[in-house]
Ligand binder design. Structure first.
Ligand code: ADP
Ligand code: ZN
Length: 616
């Protein structure tokens, strides 16, 4: 494309078919176009790609995009090609011939954007290649990968700080959707971006409804969620272990839900195939470990469900952020229980690395637990974690069904003194089951075997039920008032337990709501729902929308591309509502740029006309 010196807003309209920049986009684009460095923190779905794609088109030369998402480069390049942008990539999946073709295109200035895996930049031959062309800018995507304590730390990213020494005049823009203040600072330092302008967008994702439910029968709870709220929707279910990924996927398939497994232990070809089906087909549920999802830009993921507790708020935020990139109502649902806390504390105790490392892992977990146990708005707590302010949102479980808090000091003392007596008086350590049996005064075989019915605490807890006691134990662990030890995950007191036992500290607890009402959320009453036909379309438009979807599906299949690369649902909805009759009219719809109009315009118009012969 020859767009050098075209005004950025014109590029936005002509190439991407959008009318206006969003949020900070205009400022970021302007800054980078004029040669400035930028560090961009924007939530998923915020529109980061345009921030470097437009400057790459406007500035002379090729925009070089460094991205760890090798598996997605082909899709990214296809999406750009559909817009008429000349894009290519270099990574390890290519054969030498494909690579040579891209290299030649780069040298002769026939590319607008070149995607590179970070490890390529450690190879001298790549650097020499880059020197033989003109570089418009460097974009460093998923920039949190430089952060040592991120989830996806890649040593290759550290080498990126050298780009500046080699090409001091080429602007650099680093982008990430994940950043606490500490990660943010670390990115700036490690990438040598001290003079860059920082753009920090609001991290709120108002269309996502956050819910954290007490875990009792996780698979049944999941099934209930899928059947009642998300039938036919695409979504992601995260599990901690490979085994539970496979079992859960099998379970869902057995229930008639099109689910696929994804984890690092699967054959690479199977992973690729499952990912491609998730991206290309409608309504597939991906059951995965956290190995899945980085860079997945499927816009219509309607729910993200966690069956196990994420290790940090950053991880939780990043994973849930994959829902609802298109801005339509979506659900982030997490099931969480006592066993999660015990398991994670144990994993930290046993993890490799020094004490400081374990301490950091512990802090990450504590923040995640605080989010789970809060009686305040989840969104406010999430935003606070990222250093931003918010007010009660009306679209999370604690806003929709406020949980009560209660004074759990006496209950806490009963649990702690049971642990104390077992340990101090008898030198024994037990897990939650035995402690709760003792408190409830149950004469089980194990209670009798150890003579625990003669303890003074035997039967002192009949005022609460078993479920409530599990909640108490869980919250004691979450608050650090009870520790876990050894292979059998048995309980021990911590430093913080003592003031509670001595009656010097009050312990407030959250009463788990019986069942969280699925109240109509703030955003689902405002924004269109994804189910039962979009409510922002007039009634008659729904069948037209379905026909357009069918046309899109067939067209996508023919060209081997995901359907959303052709047009997003939002664009099809607008077409169905406005029923354009000419190409010029069609071209004014959001998401239809010059290239897509030329390529798909006739197809859309005849789809509309074919079925509406008598329409005015
Ligand atoms: P991110 O990389 O930040 O997650 P993307 O760059 O994928 O987000 O953009 C998210 C969605 O928003 C995409 O579908 C994109 O086409 C759309 N989008 C981005 N900027 C605009 C804009 N100015 N107007 C309309 N849609 C936009
Ligand atoms: Zn809220």
């Amino acid at each position: 494309m020859t767009l050098a010196d075209t005004a950025p807003l014109d590029v936005l309209k002509r190439v991407f078919g959008y009318d206006a920049f969003r949020g900070d986009q205009a400022e970021i684009v302007g800054h980078v176009c004029s040669g400035g460095d930028a560090l961009v923190l924007m939530p998923t779905g915020g529109g980061k790609s345009l921030c470097y794609q437009i400057p790459a088109l406007v500035r002379p030369g090729v925009g070089v995009v460094v991205s760890p998402l090798i598996a997605l480069m082909q899709d990214q390049v296809d999406a750009l090609t559909a817009l008429g942008v000349r894009a290519g990539f270099l990574n390890s999946t290519q054969d030498p011939e494909q690579r040579r073709a891209v290299e030649a295109a780069y040298r002769s200035g026939e590319l607008d954007l070149l995607y590179l895996a970070p490890e390529r930049l450690r190879v001298e031959s790549t650097l020499r290649l880059l020197e033989r062309g003109t570089i418009a800018l460097f974009a460093i995507d998923e920039a949190h990968c430089v952060a040592q304590w991120g989830h996806d730390f890649r040593p290759d990213y550290l080498a990126l700080s050298q780009l500046h020494e080699r090409w001091p005049d080429v602007p650099r823009i680093a982008l990430t959707a994940t950043a606490t203040r500490a990660t943010h600072t670390e990115i700036a330092q490690r990438l040598n971006l001290s003079d860059a302008r920082h753009f920090v967008a609001s991290f709120d994702r108002p269309n996502i409804q956050y819910r954290i439910a007490p875990k009792n029968e996780p698979r049944r709870q999941l099934l209930d969620l899928l059947r009642t709220e998300h039938p036919g929707d695409a979504g992601i279910v995260y599990c901690l272990s490979r085994k539970s990924v496979e079992q859960t996927a099998e379970f869902l398939v057995g229930q008639g839900i099109p689910a696929l497994p994804y984890h690092a232990g699967l054959d690479a070809a199977v992973r690729r195939r499952n990912q491609a089906r998730f991206l290309r087909e409608d309504g597939v549920v991906m059951v995965a470990t956290i190995a899945f999802g980085m860079g997945i830009d499927k816009p219509d993921v309607r729910f993200v469900a966690h069956l196990d507790l994420p290790k940090s708020v950053e991880g939780y935020y990043q994973e849930t952020g994959r829902a609802g990139r298109d801005g339509l109502p979506s659900t982030a649902w997490l099931a969480y229980g006592l066993a999660d806390v015990v398991q994670q504390r144990k994993m930290i105790n046993e993890s490799e690395g020094d004490r400081a490392h374990r301490q950091r892992l512990g802090q990450h977990l504590d923040a995640m637990l605080a989010l789970c146990e809060t009686v305040e708005c989840r969104r406010v707590q999430l935003l606070n974690y990222f250093g931003q302010q918010g007010s009660p949102c009306g679209n999370c479980d604690t806003c929709l069904t406020p949980p009560e808090s209660w004074d759990g000091t006496v209950a806490a003392q009963k649990v702690l003194s049971t642990v104390f007596r077992l340990d101090r008086e008898r030198g024994q350590k037990f897990g939650a089951g035995q402690i709760i049996d003792i408190l409830l005064g149950r004469r089980t075989a194990k209670v009798e075997q150890f003579g625990h019915d003669s303890l003074s605490v035997f039967g002192v807890g009949t005022d609460l039920g078993e479920g409530e006691w599990r909640g108490v134990v869980r919250q004691l662990m979450a608050q650090g008032l009870l520790g876990v030890e050894g292979t059998y995950q048995t309980f021990v007191l911590t430093e913080a337990s003592r003031p509670v036992l001595r009656g010097e500290r009050q312990v407030m607890m959250r009463r788990d709501p019986e069942k969280v009402a699925r109240g109509r959320s703030r955003s689902s009453s405002k924004a269109p729902s994804s189910k039962a036909g979009p409510v922002d379309m007039p009634a008659g438009a729904a069948p037209v929308f379905e026909r357009l979807r069918a046309w899109r599906g067939a067209t996508a299949k023919e060209s081997g591309m995901p359907a959303y690369v052709i047009f997003h649902d939002a664009t099809l909805r607008e077409i169905a509502t406005r029923m354009p009759t000419t190409l010029a009219e069609l071209g004014t719809i959001s998401g239809i740029g010059e290239n897509k109009l030329a390529k798909y315009g006739e197809g859309v118009l005849s789809t509309l006309a074919g079925e509406e012969p008598g329409a005015p």
